[in-house]
Design a protein around this ligand. Structure first.
Ligand SMILES: Nc1ncnc2c1ncn2[C@@H]1O[C@H](COP(=O)(O)OP(=O)(O)OP(=O)(O)O)[C@@H](O)[C@H]1O
Length: 530
């Protein structure tokens, strides 16, 4: 009886050779195909994997080495087999880094990569002394030489190890964090093992599985692709790295925003036309000032933000929906359309103004009409304004209380703010969900806005010019580069109808499905130790 697919293949090849002997047409070709070494190797690998699945072998290392051996046997390996070979022989999968004691010359296991082979085998631990590899003494060798021996070993690798006298068993709960800065291990000369490093960009969600080292943590990117973790700098390590870079940049006189400048140049905007006009007049000044997209100082002081899954309960208030986008991209148009589409669900907050009430307006409907003194008093003491500004000598502002009012009424509050406004709205009771309205490709932008009107001054509505398009694209890219770590979702505003439908479905998900939010905004989260 045949026990595996490779044996079945051998038997089939034998039958086909008989057919070749009998000169049956096409049998020669079939014989060549079935005798290909890669096919045999592939079936062997399949059998090994099945064995892994069936037996869950422990220790894993010898069995994995067997698998590696089968892959290496393929005489002319296919691209896939080569890839598999590289994967199996990479240090991640062997899953440990080593270091040499400079005084004694001893080689130690420096760290075991979470989820890698060494970790799953349960045989190697940080601090273990490696005495021999495959019968060869490694004492006094350079770590690179030891790695070379390991990489050139095929089949079973035999370690002679003296375990560390006191084993530290790490049973850390994973902590979830959002990266607020970019990191690339290949550009970091301080990383102990660049091969084991993991690159990430702002906004990436990380599952931090090991924080036992004060300088280097181990983490996986979510949604989880890799079974093994990679090395990332700890928060304190990143803070000191960025401080260094910051100092260098400052010394070189690179224009960098301070928090103060940000709020000066991205001051405010409202929801009514006059208010938006004010926003547009400051637009060019703002763009000229925005010469850097360096992370803000808050990102530097907290390079990672701890997050937890949050599922809104039906009886809880709706999350605040914030739309962010370059001026002219269509943020206000989309917001108005959403409210028009479903006025009993969506609502904007009512801003305050010092301008006199006009005929047909109603206090508390278009605006809360207040005196200049009251506005200034509210600004300084009672309410915090998310945005404020001046137009034609009148003050306009949107207060957090106005947003709260909408939310408490059971509606979904939807607002558009300038990016720095996000920081003021990151409140536990509002749990904002931020959607970036992105400019489409240059061709689509020009095509879709052919008949659109742009507001350029207090009285003029005119067609978009080439300069408007260039400014819009520029600002859209700048906002994305600087604030992407705060975006929960992105909608490209190409076709208005499509963008509006997409927004509706994203907002439904934001309100009804589990979402990662900062832990300090999530009252249901148990506090986790860092
Ligand atoms: N996808 C689109 N296709 C065609 N026209 C669009 C699209 N999106 C927006 N527009 C039009 O572009 C113009 C500017 O849009 P909108 O007023 O919403 O800009 P905005 O992002 O709110 O900027 P601002 O705050 O400076 O007014 C409007 O005339 C709007 O109807």
């Amino acid at each position: 009886m045949l026990s595996g697919v490779s044996e079945v293949l051998s038997s089939v090849v034998e039958d086909v050779s008989e057919a070749v002997n009998r000169n049956i047409s096409g049998s020669q070709l079939l014989h060549e195909l079935l005798s290909a070494p890669w096919l045999r190797a592939l079936l062997k690998i399949y059998e090994c994997l099945m064995q892994f699945q069936r037996l869950s072998p422990s220790p894993l290392l010898p069995c994995a080495s067997g698998l590696l051996f089968e892959v290496s046997k393929a005489h002319r390996p296919s691209a896939e087999a080569r890839e598999l070979y590289n994967l199996l022989s990479s240090p991640h999968v062997q899953g440990a880094t080593i270091r040499r004691d400079e005084v004694t010359g001893d080689i130690y296991i420096a760290r075991v990569i979470h989820g890698g082979l060494a970790d799953r085998s349960g045989l190697l631990h940080p601090g273990d002394l490696i005495v021999e590899v495959n019968g060869n003494s490694v004492v006094g060798l350079e770590p690179e030489k030891v790695i070379q021996i390991l990489n050139s070993s095929i089949g079973t690798i035999l370690f002679k190890v003296i375990p560390r006298s006191t084993q530290v068993t790490s049973s850390q709960k994973p902590v979830y964090m959002r990266a607020m800065v970019d990191y690339c291990p290949l550009q970091d000369s301080s990383i102990p093992c660049p091969d084991a490093g993991m690159a990430f960009i702002r906004g990436d969600l990380l599952e931090v599985v090991d924080q036992s080292d004060a300088l280097w943590w181990q983490a996986r990117k979510l949604p989880c692709g890799a079974s093994f973790a990679g090395l990332i700098p700890s928060a304190s390590m990143l803070r000191s790295k960025h401080k260094e870079q910051w100092c260098i940049k400052t010394r070189l006189n690179v224009v960098i925003f301070s928090q103060k400048h940000e709020s000066t140049f991205f001051p405010s905007a409202g929801f009514r036309r006059s208010f938006r006009l004010w926003r547009r007049t400051s637009y060019r000044r703002r763009r000229q000032s925005c010469t850097s997209c360096s992370p803000s100082s808050s990102a530097l002081s907290s390079p990672y933000e701890e997050v937890a899954l949050y599922q809104r309960l039906p009886q809880e208030n709706h999350r605040l929906i914030i739309l962010i986008g370059a001026s002219g991209v269509g943020v206000n148009e989309l917001r108005k359309r959403l409210i028009k589409l479903n006025p009993s669900t969506f609502q904007g907050p009512v801003p305050h103004t010092t301008r006199p009430i006009k005929e047909g307006e109603q206090a508390g409907r278009e605006y809360h009409f207040v005196t200049k003194e009251l506005f200034e008093y509210m600004f300084c003491s009672i309410f915090r304004f998310v945005e404020y500004g001046e137009s034609k000598s009148h003050l306009y502002g949107t207060s957090i209380d106005a947003i709260d009012e909408v939310v408490k009424r059971g509606r979904m509050c939807i607002i558009d703010v300038e990016p720095p406004g996000i920081h003021l709205l990151r409140l536990r009771n509002l749990k904002p969900y931020v959607i970036f309205i992105k400019a489409p490709s240059p061709e689509t932008l020009r095509q879709t806005r052919r008949n659109a009107r742009i507001i350029t001054s207090y009285a003029v509505n005119r067609a978009f010019t080439e300069e408007d398009f260039l400014e819009l694209e520029d600002t859209s890219q700048l906002i994305e580069a600087k604030y992407k770590q705060y975006f929960d979702n992105v909608v490209v505003n190409d076709d208005l109808q499509d963008a509006c439908m997409q927004l509706c479905s994203i907002i439904q998900q934001a309100q009804n499905e589990p979402q990662w939010i900062p832990t300090d905004m999530n009252i249901n989260t148990e506090s986790r130790s860092k």
